[in-house]
Ligand binder design. Structure first.
Ligand SMILES: Nc1nc2c(ncn2[C@@H]2O[C@H](COP(=O)(O)OP(=O)(O)OP(=O)(O)O)[C@@H](O)[C@H]2O)c(=O)[nH]1
Ligand SMILES: [Mg+2]
Length: 201
């Protein structure tokens, strides 16, 4: 019998407003292609790609959701068993950046804890940019989420972003395993209780 061709299987979810480039990022990452024509996603789609992180083979099942409200159905099922969420906005469309808060709220409603990254896509043309990196960075720092700026069109930072979220998920899994297997290690790392104050006389 053939063995498994991977060490870990993770589910990633891509969310964000319609037209920000979610499907394009996935196409770039999974098939290394890009199309300038826009075919809106209906419901949900997914692709598989296996990557190697620190010698571990990680099979990624990446779900690409519809940004348009009318094409989003049974949203809660998208989030089931999700390890990482990629929240995308378009740096040429400020409204899509403002709406990030709504997407973060949706994650909060559906997941207890999940790895998240914020992605400003379509960053290849400075003349068309309307969301400044510094503003996005300030927001992402406040939210405690790592920020990437990408271009699916020019293949900028796409691989790095997917690898980073995968590495984050892998680290979380390994930390959780270590905690289960060696609870005493966790105890050692806990802040020590203050020793009782010795009173003199
Ligand atoms: N200039 C530029 N255009 C892009 C980039 N990524 C995507 N696009 C274009 O933006 C449009 C929308 O891209 P999609 O990937 O279909 O957007 P989406 O977020 O999947 O949209 P929905 O499926 O409706 O939610 C298409 O015309 C793409 O060619 C990019 O990095 N730069
Ligand atoms: Mg799409």
């Amino acid at each position: 019998m053939a063995g498994k061709d991977y060490d870990h299987l993770f589910k990633l979810l891509i969310i964000g407003d319609s037209g920000v480039g979610k499907s394009s990022l996935l196409l770039r990452f999974a098939d290394n292609t890009f199309s300038g024509s826009y075919i809106t996603t209906i419901g949900v789609d997914f692709k598989i790609r296996t990557v190697v992180i620190n010698g571990e083979r990680v099979k990624l099942q990446i779900w690409d959701t519809a940004g348009q409200e009318r094409f989003r159905t049974i949203t809660s099922t998208y989030y089931r068993n999700t390890h990482g969420v990629i929240i995308v906005y378009d740096v040429t469309n400020p409204e899509s950046f403002v709406n990030i808060k709504r997407w973060l709220h949706e994650i909060g409603q559906n997941c207890d804890s999940v790895c998240k990254v914020l992605v400003g896509n379509k960053c290849e043309d400075p003349a068309r940019r309307q969301v400044e990196t510094a503003d996005a960075r300030r927001f992402s720092d406040q939210m405690g989420v790592r920020l990437f700026e990408t271009s699916a069109k020019e293949n900028l930072n796409v691989e790095e972003m997917f690898n980073a979220v995968t590495a984050m998920v892998l680290r979380t899994k390994q930390e959780n395993l270590a905690r289960l297997q060696h609870p005493e290690v966790v105890k050692i790392n806990r802040p020590k209780k203050k020793p009782p104050v010795k009173k003199c006389c």
